[in-house]
Design a protein around this ligand. Structure first.
Ligand SMILES: Cc1ncc(COP(=O)(O)O)c(C=O)c1O
Length: 377
């Protein structure tokens, strides 16, 4: 049985009528740029995230760029981030003229280690940029504490973590709402995916929110009056309309992903592929946190051979990410070498993502585990 890594058609089918009606509403209005549809989505997602200012932008990448620009981070500045993320995290820092400074990750959850982030801080550091990778939040309490002590901003890359929570001072808090600015992506494969590119910036600071709203429209303060140079980066009204249909389902979808993750744990255990001697290490969730399983990423012995075996059996799988950011050729000027961030490098060489999407069936999960078992035994 073929099992795709992701099947967006399965999500679309039951929503098709509603999504088409929402698109028709926008087409009938001919209001494509900002307007009521985007404003309504911004209100609804702000409510979902818990009373933040929400600004719809053109992509998650632009959300990061706008966050950095709003904090006036640029030439001569450093931003401490993780070497194990999607390219945009470091790309955005470089784009504004600042230097990405990497701090290695922990080997179990692949998240930036706060004590290593603290060590990477220099007098030029302006911000910490943790990534809530694969749907689980970085350790925000120590990161916020470090930032407070060193007078740094925290920008959360929550592109993969909408709806993830973690306990802060004993209370569950939403990913993206704890730092100065949170950045989200609505890339179609995300847990909340648009029908194209889309992104969101959130903040609790009203003045900063106004600055970001201005920056997303060329730094305009009033019509044709520009006090700073921004971007042209607005969430499309058509995308907002699609996202408004999907948002009420997000919690259910993320819960279904978590159920699938738990089922994999049982199936792998039954197959003799869990525990200390297993060739696999399964994903872990920090106690008290809500993991939304944007990706289900395992570590596997003989990873590349396993990938070939899975592909030959038509099981969807992928490597996120095969080259850590410090070794990307475009960052050669940072003068990093293999060995600089060994945990990230090891993750790039040993991890793979398996299908985890909400509509995955039990039979499909059994097939994934059967094919993996067949490889090892
Ligand atoms: C961690 C991370 N940061 C940033 C982005 C950029 O988002 P987008 O693709 O919407 O530009 C993505 C996703 O694609 C991501 O996974």
């Amino acid at each position: 049985m073929a099992v795709p890594l992701l099947d967006l058609k399965a999500q679309y089918r039951p929503l098709q009528g509603e999504i088409r009606a929402a698109l028709d509403r926008v087409l009938d209005s001919q209001q494509f740029i900002l307007g009521e549809e985007v404003a309504a989505f911004e209100r609804e997602i702000a409510g979902f995230l818990g009373g933040v200012e929400a600004i719809g932008v053109a992509s998650g990448t632009d959300a990061l760029l706008l966050a950095l620009m709003a904090l006036e981070i640029g030439e001569g500045d450093e931003v401490v981030t993780t070497p194990y993320s999607f390219f945009a995290t470091a790309g955005a820092i470089h784009r504004v003229g600042a230097r990405p400074v990497f701090a290695d990750i922990d080997p179990r959850m692949f998240l930036m280690r706060p004590e290593l982030a603290a060590r990477a801080i220099t007098p030029r550091t302006r911000a910490l940029l943790p990534v809530h990778l694969f749907g689980q939040m970085a350790e925000m309490e120590p990161l916020l504490e470090i930032a407070r002590a060193r007078n740094l901003s925290v920008i959360e890359d929550a592109a993969q973590a909408i709806g993830a929570t973690a306990g802060v001072a004993g209370r569950p808090e939403q990913a993206g709402t704890l730092g100065m600015i949170g950045c989200f992506s609505f890339f179609p494969s995300k847990n909340l995916g648009a029908a194209g590119d889309g992104g969101l910036v959130v903040t609790r600071d009203a003045e900063l929110a106004d600055r970001i709203r201005s920056l997303r429209r060329h730094g305009e303060e009033a019509a044709y009056v520009h006090t700073r140079v921004g971007l042209n980066s607005r969430l499309d009204a058509l995308q907002a309309a699609v996202l408004r249909v999907k948002l009420p389902h997000l919690d259910r979808w993320s819960a279904a992903r978590a159920v699938n993750a738990e089922r994999y744990r049982r199936l792998f255990a039954d197959a003799g592929l869990a525990g200390p001697d297993s060739p696999l290490i399964l994903p872990e969730t920090r106690p008290g946190a809500r993991h939304i399983f944007h990706q289900y990423v395992i570590r596997a012995r003989r990873r590349d051979d396993l990938l070939s075996h899975l592909r030959a059996a038509s099981i969807g799988c992928a490597v996120y990410y095969p080259i850590p950011l410090h070794l990307q050729r475009c960052f050669a000027e940072l003068r990093h070498q293999p060995g600089d961030f060994p945990v990230a490098e090891n993750a790039s060489a040993s991890t793979l993502a398996l299908p985890i999407y909400p509509e995955l069936t039990v039979a499909m999960q059994e097939e994934v585990v059967r094919v993996i078992r067949e490889f090892y035994f």
